[in-house]
Design a protein around this ligand. Sequence first.
Ligand SMILES: *Cc1c(COP(=O)(O)O)cnc(C)c1O
Length: 228
Amino acid sequence: MKRIAENLNAVRELIAGAARRSGRSPDQVRLVAVSKTHPAELIAEAYEAGQKIFGENYAQEFREKADMLPDDIEWHFVGSLQRNKVKMVVDRVTLIHSLNKLSLAQEIDKRAGAPVKALIEINIAEEGAKSGTSADRVEELIEAARDLKNIELRGLMTMPPFFDDPDKARPYFIKLRKLRDNLKARTGFALDELSMGMSGDFEAAIEEGASIVRVGTAIFGERKRNNE
Ligand SMILES: *Cc1c(COP(=O)(O)O)cnc(C)c1O
């Protein structure tokens, strides 16, 4: 078996185990294969191995690859999205994970030809250098997005601080889930998706309620540093 197919099988098995430990069936957790900086050939290899959802971070790179790859790939945009790049991605993505401010939501609303599903990115540890809305301000953003007919809010996404020990990320995953539960009750929006967990901590994230995990390195191998 090829290396990427092997990696994918290993990741899928770990996802299934964690889903069962959290009392869910494995198909209740979706795997986004994060392919930033990796060439289209590697994505094609993962696709041949049955992976149909891929995540990209950079608008230009995303367009180039999407144009070379099969049409039935479900693309997710997981990177920070600048307003002037919205038009390049908006009609090709199934889910934007990184909605982080109202001006971005307004631009998506304006450029999209049909409703676009989006997750609000939360800066859960309130880290200075990280993008994302603070937990305090997210309700304001949700209320403001109520009037945007081309934005369909589906949940929350976060990237906690990096730890070698995934158990250290667990409190942030719990915090995101509680925030979601609270916002869902207060706003009435169907915030069913929780996008959390990456190569180093996706099992812990699933155990704490992730419905979508975003895994790059464990599938494709290390990225080149200067492209990060
Ligand atoms: C790169 C990236 C990932 C994947 O990270 P790995 O540690 O390689 O699994 C997940 N989410 C986002 C937002 C990313 O930018």
